[in-house]
Design a protein around this ligand. Sequence first.
Ligand code: AMP
Ligand code: MG
Length: 327
Amino acid sequence: MPMIPVLPPTEENLLKASRDLAAGRLVSFPTETVYGLGANALDPLALARIFEAKRRPFFDPLIVHIADRKSLDTLCTGRDDRAERLMDRFWPGPLTLVLPRTDAVPDLATSGLPTVAVRMPAHPVALALIRMAGFPLAAPSANPFGRLSPTSAAHVRDHFSEGIAMILDGGPCRVGVESTILSLETKTPCLLRAGGVPREELEALIGPINLAETNPEKPSAPGQLPGHYAPRTRLRLLAGPPGPMAGPLKLGWLGFRSVPEGTFAATEVLSSAGDLREAAANLFACLHRLDSQGLDLILAEPIAERGLGAAIMDRLRKAAAGSAEGL
Ligand code: AMP
Ligand code: MG
């Protein structure tokens, strides 16, 4: 089977990518959070291809990516003072806002909800591509639904063998975890997914934020599904320091500290300096590497859920739940 072309983001390749997008095809492109699988957000047939390629359930709405705030006029209504302040501070960047939608947004992008999720990514390649295309791009992470998120072009290539016109290679993702999703539908804003902008920073700007109630029967954000972001290898969060393990298990270690060799067949340290930004940026690449080593079990060290620690722990808990489901 022919491989999907992985191309540098030259002017020529960006132009080709924008033509592919205009023709309804899918293009994977880098953002500062993770690699996206992009389609014309205003073209229902192109959106359908995203769901097909990712095997994503139709109840799971998409984030629409824009390159300038003027594009919001065609996508959403009811931008209030809170929205403006959040956009002033955090855009371009890893914050997605859920706002009342206009009729121009296809139902497939919103799963029929009266709201649309929008974000302006902080990656020059993403912004250049959206500008060149001339329309907003719906772009979930470029991975099959529920699997580990891609933070490099190679991760995307390893996940897919067809259905994507090209992968634009913009190097590793700087943030490394998905965007924070905040709904402004209600009087008190509601955090739908922990991500690249810590909740504390949002609250410092706009006051208290509610946490979304998790209802796995009816998720309003797929980040709320208990088994998302899962490696193939079983993963368990460790409560205490690793003790002697029973049996000849081939173990992997994911944590902040390095651990003595011998107990583990493979180890990954997220940030030896204990830096949360570095840890978030390394998270999925470490998980991809551990997942490729034929291990029986990955043990992950929990961290305090402050700042970016909340997003990291959210991904690890779901990776644990998702990998257990497969057993
Ligand atoms: P991803 O797969 O990372 O692109 O996830 C997109 C996230 O945005 C999912 O968690 C969606 O459920 C969420 N999302 C998109 N649109 C909406 C919306 N209108 N209301 C609530 N969540 C949304
Ligand atoms: Mg995703």
